[in-house]
Design a protein around this ligand. Structure first.
Ligand code: ATP
Ligand code: MG
Length: 64
């Protein structure tokens, strides 16, 4: 298993977009991909579930 962490302290530099596109590319290439969105904004999660309630990793942990 390979783990790729995407992090940069600067805002708006494409972290979420690149994470999503890289994950989709690898999945289409036949890799099994799990995207873990630890950003409190949960933008990556919402990009896949646009009509779902706003729930990120923090809400999932706090709500059990
Ligand atoms: N390669 C690119 N070319 C042009 N625009 C891009 C590119 N990558 C990202 N963007 C745009 O730049 C903006 C910021 O991208 P993104 O949300 O991925 O950044 P971020 O680093 O995750 O931001 P944040 O710090 O708020 O989490 C978005 O509007 C996105 O569509
Ligand atoms: Mg982001």
């Amino acid at each position: 298993m390979k783990v790729i962490a995407m992090c940069n302290q600067k805002g708006g530099v494409g972290k979420t977009t690149l994470t999503r596109e890289l994950g989709c590319y690898l999945a289409h290439a036949g890799e099994r991909v799990l995207l873990i969105d630890s950003d409190g904004q949960a933008n990556l999660t919402r990009s896949f579930f646009e009509n779902e309630p706003e729930r990120g990793l923090y809400e999932a942990i706090l709500d059990g």
